[in-house]
Design a protein around this ligand. Structure first.
Ligand code: LLP
Length: 416
């Protein structure tokens, strides 16, 4: 499903002209296609048909409550990493019981909040965290549903900043420690062991490491079963990549098939927590060219979006396609540009060395920005965060207003 396509030379999100969105809501502006989100979710569902399974959308990728509400209506559960994300899920009408709480640093108050709301599962990532969850649950007179996130020590073959399943990463409990911890947890009165999980990293293009991790985790579940510890679910993680440039990630179905093959006929519910593969290509960052700035060695398009809006290019040297909202008529008008923002950092670029035909005032769309775009944005340089718009068919809805400058310092005080 293509979220963005040219119609009569003008780039549209579904049936809405991006020019109209810019006119109505201004720039910079994130634009998401509901149909593209629904279609990516449906791809997961199809691959899981006939199996006991739960797709827990990873909220960190794009946490706008309109996106969460859309996925919740489709039946998705959620994967969260903070009390803030749980609050968003609840505000969006999502179910706490279908929510998994991951992350290495859960605070006592976050654990308490999650238990009070009836969280589906806490993915414990260390022994001291296990002790803390047990203590909080006992204090509340409850038993906490828990899975251990196991670090399967598998190389996900992705960018080191987003690889998480290696021994050297901070995530999960070491594979060789897991059995001892499960035995210990089984004796804790505040803990109810419900599952086991893993997540080896993000932006995976090959299903093989994903399947290898799944096999290791299922083998561990078998050993635990032998020791009398019966679990209800296996969480295979997220991390399925998308195409930004010329990557050719294997389809969602190939990843799911690898995990399901590892699970075989075991009765466990299969859980996945995808983020990027659901929303990544469903979003674009719409921005306007402020200045065309030719230079002796490089030409720049200075646009009104910047690294505070989309930090992936400077942070990971990530490549995002840039399209002109008016389709280029003749290639002869094209020049090679760096697309840069107004932030005072040399790292403030959205794209480098792109052949584009653009003039001051033109609109550009930075593609594949639906995941880890707005969610990682900041107010650096006192820049109000962009607006967010959700498109459905021929309608566009403002789902987050552009921040005002006053909001940026509303919480600040000058002492007496
Ligand atoms: N589950 C767990 C436990 C995770 O840590 C993550 C992502 C996911 C699921 C979702 O992964 P996805 O399906 O979206 O790849 N900011 C980086 C990506 C960081 C991913 C962190 N963990 C980026 O912009 O590429």
């Amino acid at each position: 499903m293509l979220a963005f396509a040219y119609r009569n030379g003008a780039l549209c999100a579904e049936q809405v002209l991006l020019e109209d969105i810019a006119r109505r809501f201004g720039t910079p502006c994130y634009v998401y296609s509901s149909a593209a989100i629904e279609s990516a979710y449906a791809e997961f569902e199809r691959a899981l048909r006939g199996r006991a399974a739960l797709i827990c959308y990873s909220v960190k990728a794009n946490s706008n409550i309109a996106v969460l509400a859309l996925l919740g209506r489709l039946g998705a559960g959620f994967d969260i990493v903070s009390g803030g994300e749980l609050a968003r899920v609840l505000a969006a009408g999502g179910s706490a019981g279908k929510t998994l709480f991951s992350g290495v640093g859960k605070s006592e108050s976050e654990i308490e909040f999650a238990l009070e709301k009836g969280i589906g599962c806490i993915n414990v990532e260390s022994e001291p965290e296990l002790e803390r969850v047990d203590a909080v649950a006992r204090r509340l007179g409850r038993r906490a549903p828990v899975a251990l996130r196991v670090n399967p020590d598998i190389d996900a073959k992705t960018h080191p900043y987003i690889s998480t399943g290696l021994r050297e990463n901070k995530f999960g409990v070491a594979h060789e420690d897991a059995e001892r911890l499960y035995r210990r947890a089984a004796k804790m009165p505040g803990i109810e062991l419900v599952g086991i999980g893993c997540h080896i990293g993000s932006l995976l293009t090959e299903a093989a490491p994903f399947a290898a991790a799944a096999q290791r985790v299922v083998a561990l579940a078998d050993r635990l079963e032998g020791a009398g510890i019966r679990l209800q679910h296996v969480d295979f993680g997220g991390g399925i990549g998308i195409r930004y440039k010329d990557e050719a990630p294997q389809p969602i179905a190939a990843f799911v098939a690898g995990a399901l093959a590892a699970l075989g006929t075991r009765p466990h519910r299969a859980v996945f927590d995808p983020g990027r593969s659901i929303v990544g290509n469903a979003g674009a960052l719409l921005t306007r060219v402020e200045y065309v700035k030719p230079g002796a060695s490089r030409n720049f398009l200075v646009v009104d979006a910047a690294m505070n809006d989309l930090i992936r290019p400077p942070l990971y040297e990530a490549w995002h396609d840039v399209q002109t909202v008016r389709e280029a008529e003749s290639p002869s008008a094209q020049r090679v540009y760096d697309v840069v923002g107004p932030v005072c950092e040399s790292a403030d670029f959205l794209a480098k060395d792109r052949k584009l035909a653009a003039r001051g005032g033109d609109l550009l769309a930075v593609m594949s920005a639906g995941a880890y775009g707005m969610a990682m944005s900041s107010n650096y340089n006192s820049r109000p965060r962009a607006a967010e718009v959700l498109v459905r068919g021929d309608s566009a809805f403002l789902v987050r207003s552009r921040e005002s400058v006053e909001q940026l310092f509303a919480l600040e005080r000058i002492p007496g």
